[in-house]
Design a protein around this ligand. Structure first.
Ligand code: PLP
Length: 379
């Protein structure tokens, strides 16, 4: 029977969330940069190998901080994939910079270095890359272009916490990395994020930008005896309540990831025969990358049949959504962006993609229902 709906995503519940929040509330100190902020930040440095990490109020805000740190301005261009979340582009447009759309490669759904090469101009100051679904983009190809043309790489690593590219953890490869702890991501605290940095000078400035333009972070460490206005900035520091939940989640990161991989591996093992018969492309992971099981997606030959698969699954009580709509043809993309070459693969990827339910608590019975639902659909 298929009476219970199988939802697409359900936030993980960690054992220490409520005790941690209780500890914050009874401490009479719930603003940011307390002990849970320090503990969660240390765990993030461990997972990502980044020498510096700062919690933020969201990934969008972490990307905004990247724009401030790189001193993006109206003269600059920032290359962004068309197949992307709005934050990836709007955080750059907020600095007045022109967003230049480049295309993805169909194998990973992430930025294609060749398309980036064709979009570079002398004004290109940065490239923002998403590791779509937690599978690394071609970072070597992008790094080669960055070295040649002198632009910075910003990793929008909202999907890629714990993933790697040729042994290097995602988020700490580019100049700035951004993480999301929105409740649809692998690790969450309702809303939250982080900035990852390797450069010490950028880190010193990032602390100031995050704290309303003040050197409060240095003051808390005892490095200065009072704090004052130093630079532009905003309020990007999350409360200790969010950090308390985040720290509880990160303490169970391995459990979260092994359960997500269990689901991902089940789909990867069960669907190839059906996919082969029906001309379906299943999500793949190049052998030099470790993915994060953030998403499991498949691609159906046409948009009509894709929509038919979504309705078929919906009729069986299974929620399987599509994903990003290309940004280059969006109202803001047309107004604030430039598209030097048509992003045809972004349009195709977007129109043919379906994501299957993926969260740590999915039971074997639910997984069987999803697999049977998918494989009972004839393209
Ligand atoms: C979720 C997401 C964001 C935004 O994250 P928030 O923490 O909600 O601001 C940005 N980029 C990508 C790729 C995302 O998936």
């Amino acid at each position: 029977m298929s009476s219970d709906r199988i939802i697409f995503s359900r936030p993980f519940r960690a054992a220490r969330e409520l005790p941690n929040v209780e500890a914050v509330l009874t401490s009479d100190h719930s603003h940011g940069d307390g002990p849970f902020t320090a503990a969660a930040t240390a765990k993030l440095r461990d997972i990502t190998g980044a020498p510096h990490a700062l919690l933020t109020t969201s990934c969008t805000h972490a990307l905004e901080m990247a724009g401030l740190l790189l001193e993006l301005g109206p003269e600059d261009e920032v290359i962004v994939p068309s197949f992307a979340f709005t934050s990836t582009a709007t955080s750059m447009a907020l600095r007045g910079s022109t967003v230049v759309f480049a295309d993805i490669d169909l194998a990973t759904g992430s930025l294609d270095p060749e398309s980036v090469a064709a979009a570079v101009t002398p004004r290109t100051k940065a490239v923002v890359v998403i590791h779509y679904g937690g599978v690394a983009a071609d970072m070597e190809g992008l790094q080669r272009l960055a070295d040649t043309h002198g632009f910075a790489i910003i990793e929008d690593n909202a999907h890629g916490l714990g993933g790697s590219y040729r042994g290097r953890p995602l988020g700490s490869i580019g100049t700035v990395g951004a993480l999301s702890f929105h409740d649809t991501k692998n690790v969450h605290c309702g809303e939250g994020g982080a900035v990852l940095l390797t450069d010490e000078i950028l880190m010193a400035r990032a602390e100031i930008i995050r704290e309303k333009g003040t050197d409060r972070a240095r003051f808390l460490r005892g490095a200065v005896d009072k704090y004052s206005w130093q630079d532009i900035g905003s309020s990007y520091l999350p409360s200790e309540l969010n950090a308390a939940v985040l720290d509880a989640q990160l303490a169970e990161f391995e459990t979260i990831q092994s359960n997500r991989h269990r689901v991902w591996d089940t789909y990867a093992a069960a669907l190839p025969e059906w996919a082969g018969r029906n001309d379906i492309q299943l999500m793949t992971v190049p052998s030099d990358r470790e993915h994060t099981a953030h998403l499991y997606y498949l691609r159906v030959p046409t948009e009509d049949r894709r929509d038919a698969l979504i309705s078929h699954l919906s009729g069986l009580g299974i929620v399987a959504p599509f994903h990003y709509v290309p940004l280059d043809s969006s109202p803001a993309g047309l107004k604030l962006g430039r598209t030097p070459n048509p992003c045809v693969r972004s349009a195709e990827f977007s129109a043919t993609l379906v994501r299957l339910p993926l969260w740590p608590g999915l039971t074997e019975a639910q997984l069987t229902r999803v697999v049977e639902g998918v494989t009972s659909f004839a393209v």
